[in-house]
Design a protein around this ligand. Structure first.
Ligand SMILES: NC(=O)c1ccc[n+]([C@@H]2O[C@H](COP(=O)([O-])OP(=O)(O)OC[C@H]3O[C@@H](n4cnc5c(N)ncnc54)[C@H](O)[C@@H]3O)[C@@H](O)[C@H]2O)c1
Length: 336
């Protein structure tokens, strides 16, 4: 395949970002856009010399080599089913759904078809993730603290639980995904929400959520999410291992150990490009660096939903501990 011909489903903020990144690749062409809002599809298509299509079925009939699914959390399901049925490689934005049933159904269809997939957990492409993993190798990890303190993003669906899944599922999932890579699988979660929505019309999500987690490897941890600020205050994780404390954000890694303190920089924009580059290379058959295929994102989604469910019900949620699975260097779950 000389050129990878891409179709986009959804023409909002993140689709515009992917379109911009893909336009910078000389082996990729944006061929079509579809959105339930025809004007949004037309604006994005016009900006990139692409066509608009009325729906996913018409877009698929045009024969794209790959499809990006950039719809809000509540809209996942039917689009993916159509793409999988057509056997077209698929990039899906996180979170992969608002619930577990939809995500498991799509994961099952993807697995049966053996389809190439990728999910937009671009933090996995930060160089500091691999650096943190190497620094932690051989050290018992004792504790992790994940944080996402931010504003309510300016999209109407975000502050509705049935539309977004809430701040943990929609936003802090990036942090939970790295917690899984660096600390391992969680086995039990207890979470609390404040039950008081942020001051936004129609909001029914918690303003703040805090969770305690227990991990299969023996570590314990916390996650806190908040959406009551007017700015992004902090997003990242701190890991405490014997003789070492790490602070990882999109901007870099702070390492504290017996040698003192040092900062390793990260490149968030580079990670946003790398996630698309890896997917396109895999579609073209010239690369094998998709770090979060659909099944891997499902595991992160399951953890995020466990936190959200515990906060909603007030009960602890047990997750099945993987008995024979470990994470390889890319964070992809493999059989031990
Ligand atoms: N990985 C990241 O860094 C990142 C960044 C931003 C957003 N996201 C994720 O991307 C998703 C979309 O976010 P956004 O900011 O682009 O939202 P948005 O509201 O700006 O855009 C979503 C678009 O999808 C369209 N849409 C809704 N249902 C549709 C359907 N069934 N078929 C076709 N189009 C449909 C809407 O009309 C809208 O234009 C969210 O899940 C969000 O979490 C990821």
């Amino acid at each position: 395949m000389r050129t990878c011909r891409v179709g986009l489903v959804g023409a909002g903020g993140v689709a515009q970002r992917h379109a911009r990144v893909l336009a910078g690749f000389d082996d990729t062409e944006l061929v079509g856009v579809t959105d339930v809002l025809p004007d949004a599809a037309a604006a994005l298509a016009d900006a990139h010399g692409a066509r608009t299509y009325t729906d996913i079925h018409e877009l698929l009939a045009a024969g794209p080599d790959a499809v990006y699914v950039c719809v809000p959390p509540f809209a996942h399901g039917p689009v993916e089913e159509a793409v999988v049925a057509a056997g077209v490689p698929m990039f899906v934005e996180k979170p992969v759904a608002v619930d577990l049933v939809t995500a498991e159904r799509v994961a099952d269809l993807v697995a049966r078809r053996g389809l190439l997939t990728a999910v937009g957990h671009h933090w996995r492409y930060l160089s500091v993730v691999e650096q943190a993993r190497q620094l932690l190798a051989g050290r018992p990890i004792r504790m992790v603290s994940g944080t996402w303190w931010d504003k309510v993003p300016p999209v109407a669906w975000w502050s509705r639980r049935d539309r977004s899944g809430g701040p943990v599922v929609e936003q802090a999932a990036h942090v939970l995904d790295l917690v899984r890579v660096l600390v391992g699988e969680a086995t039990e979660v207890t979470a609390y929400g404040d039950g008081s929505p942020p001051p936004v019309d129609g909001a029914d999500i918690d303003s703040v959520t805090t969770a305690a987690l227990r991990f299969a490897g023996g570590a314990v941890g916390t996650l806190s999410a908040a959406c009551v600020l007017g700015w992004k205050h902090r997003a990242g994780l701190e890991i405490l291992a014997d003789g070492m404390a790490l602070t990882l954000t999109e901007e870099g890694l702070l390492v504290c150990d017996a040698d003192g303190e040092r900062r390793l920089p990260a490149d968030p924009e580079g990670a946003r490009v790398a996630v698309d580059r890896a997917f396109v290379d895999a579609v073209r058959g010239v690369g094998d660096d998709v770090r979060v295929p659909y099944a891997e994102a499902l595991a992160t989604h399951r953890l995020a939903l466990a936190v959200a469910d515990s906060a909603r019900t007030g009960r602890a949620v047990r997750l099945d501990a993987p008995s024979t699975a470990t994470l390889d260097t890319t964070g992809v779950t493999v059989d031990a």
